[in-house]
Design a protein around this ligand. Structure first.
Ligand code: ATP
Ligand code: MG
Length: 562
């Protein structure tokens, strides 16, 4: 450590909001170069290499073959797939000296598809799976949390090519199992969840989320069965909603002056809860007026609404629309008679047929009681749009759902033919006729994993690396005024090194307190203190993860730690 390019910090960096960011900077693993752009210092590089090594080993084990692709990409193939436009401002675009359009690759479907197209032409060549471990570039709107959301980051991306969907499914399962092994080896607690495909396209896909408070993704998981999904893709069971008996009383209007909000009405009426109220929110969907119905205790999840009506655009109606349409009464809208007003009605799945509600009367200062779905209003379609809440019923088994936060560390897709169609990748089939190739793609955030592991493996004193992730196996600290401790520590380091252990030796002339604090901060799993006990021929061995300390005789240390 006396020559290691390392400076630990006692103070938290001012720009770091999440624990992993603070710790990785304080422990000298990473340094900020620009917003969302980081340098990896020697110990950080080792940790990053550990992730890459594990990923590489598991990819090789399923027969995927590593390639290295350029980061600097010509725009032309991206123009052909439409992503030059569609990727928007997240794409780093640049010009060369001849005014040619280039980009820094945020992902590599176009390049790899053309690469395979250039080499392969027969069904006999497939399936094939190729992968890359390299930097990707995305001009994220909000780079944050250090390397969790960076603008330059290390990703393992893999792409598989098939003549049919059965072959794709088989490979997809192999990748899924390889991912399970990778996340286990790096020491992450993870969940596999159903997810939304986003702009990349495709159908079947799963995310791997590492549960962590700082995670940007919300996911549900069933407390009884194995159902788990990103909230963006989650479904809920229908549960029990207030479905009335036959002969329910007729709908009646009630005076609710100055009570446009759900909570106002609940207060005015006194005998109604928010979840018995029906919210009617009016949007324009692809320009068409559309009322969205949901229970009063929920909000519209606009991401899910957008997904439900895609590719039509969703826009909440505003001041001008209300002014132009006096029949749509702000704060007092209800679904009754909406179709006659030219408004389509979409209801969240919780608004069951025959369920009964208190809702707006479409007249200022008035609501209605006993509005029954199917009797007093009509629903044109059901969608999953309401925000989820803990305790909602599981769509598979109806048991309560748990809601958690997680960091997306991997995402696998059965992509289909989106890219092979756009770039016309065919191979000759057994009968000589061309077959359009189908694809899978499989990403892992290599640099993001480093921070995710820290989020899950740290305490107030610092990082606690899982064994395979650690920058060293053993951290030796020599304390004491004389040279005996120093000499013994060096000897021990040499012997452990010869026994195949990776050793970090603290041979700096610093106070014992500083050396101990740095050892805890750096997080190497085993810390050996060569100090007072040396007089009795022993050292102290501390397990950084469990905190357990024990004395071990000098003559037994190497055998025990090797
Ligand atoms: P996110 O929703 O977090 O933006 P994404 O859906 O854009 O992720 P993919 O395109 O599927 O991510 O990329 C594969 C993996 O790369 C992700 O699962 C994640 O682990 C990692 N990753 C994506 N964006 C970043 C980033 N800005 N910084 C670090 N890692 C990232
Ligand atoms: Mg993204």
């Amino acid at each position: 450590m006396s020559t290691l390019f390392l400076r630990t910090l006692r103070e938290d960096p001012a720009d770091a909001e999440v624990p992993s960011h603070r710790l990785l900077v304080r422990a000298g693993y990473i340094r900020r170069t620009a917003a969302g752009v980081y340098s990896w210092l020697p110990l950080g590089k080792r940790v990053l290499d550990n992730v890459a090594r594990i990923v590489r080993a598991e990819m090789d084990a399923i027969g995927a073959q590593e390639v290295l692709l350029p980061a600097l990409l010509p725009a032309e193939p991206w123009q052909r797939t439409g992503r030059w436009e569609a990727y928007g401002s997240e794409l780093f675009r640049l010009k060369d000296r001849r005014d040619g359009d280039f980009l820094l690759g945020p992902t590599h479907e176009e390049v790899i598809t053309l690469l395979v197209k250039g080499e392969y032409s027969s069904y006999r060549d497939l399936p094939v799976a190729l992968y890359q471990i390299q930097n990707k570039y995305r001009d994220e709107p909000r780079p944050r949390s250090g390397v969790i959301r960076a603008r330059e980051f290390l990703m393992k991306d893999a792409y598989s090519f098939h003549t049919d969907s059965d072959s794709l499914k088989t490979t997809y399962e192999e990748f899924r199992r390889a991912y399970e092994r990778i996340f286990t080896r790096v020491g992450l607690d993870y969940r596999i969840v159903e997810a939304q495909a986003g702009t990349i396209g495709g159908d079947v896909n799963n995310e791997f989320l590492a549960p962590a408070e700082v995670g940007e993704d919300l996911f549900v998981s069933c407390t009884a069965c194995d159902y788990a999904a990103n909230v963006e893709a989650a479904h809920v069971g229908r549960g029990e909603v207030n479905v009335p008996d036959e002969g329910h009383p007729p709908m009646t209007e009630v005076h609710t002056p100055g009570a446009p909000g759900i909570h106002d009405v609940v207060a005015v009426l006194g005998d109604v809860e928010a979840d018995q109220m029906l919210k009617t929110i009016i949007y324009k969907v692809g320009g068409e007026y559309t009322a969205v119905l949901l229970p009063g205790d929920r909000e519209v999840d606009e991401t899910r609404l957008a997904a439900a009506v895609a590719p039509r655009e969703v826009e909440l109606i505003g001041e001008e629309d209300f002014a132009a349409r006096p029949d749509l009464v702000r704060g007092y809208a209800g679904p009754q008679g909406m179709q006659e007003r030219g408004v389509r009605v979409l209801a969240d799945v919780r608004v069951l047929p025959h369920s009964t509600w208190v809702t707006g009367a479409n007249r200022p200062d008035h609501h209605v009681r006993d509005a029954v779905n199917g009797r007093d209003f009509t629903v044109d379609g059901y969608v999953h749009v309401a925000t989820l809440a803990a305790g909602d019923p599981c769509p598979r088994c109806s048991c309560p759902l748990h809601i958690g936060r997680g960091i997306e560390v991997g995402h696998i897709f059965q992509l289909g033919r989106r890219y092979t169609d756009a770039l016309e990748l065919d191979v000759t089939g057994p009968d000589g006729a061309p077959v359009r190739v189908t694809m899978g793609c499989y990403g892992i955030g290599v640099s993001r994993i480093v921070a995710s592991v820290v989020e899950q493996n740290a305490d107030a004193a610092g990082i606690r690396w899982p064994a395979e992730m650690a920058p060293a196996d053993v951290h030796i600290v020599a304390v004491g005024k004389g040279t005996e401790q120093r000499d013994a520590a060096e000897r021990l380091a040499r012997e452990l090194d010869e026994a195949g252990r990776r050793v970090l030796l603290d041979d700096r002339a610093v106070a014992a307190g500083v050396a101990f604090a740095d050892a805890d901060l750096l997080g190497v799993p085993t810390i050996v203190v060569v100090g007072k006990a040396l007089a009795e021929g022993a050292v102290e061995v501390k397990d950084r993860r469990s905190g357990e300390r024990r004395r071990v005789g000098l003559d037994r240390v190497v055998a025990e730690l090797a």
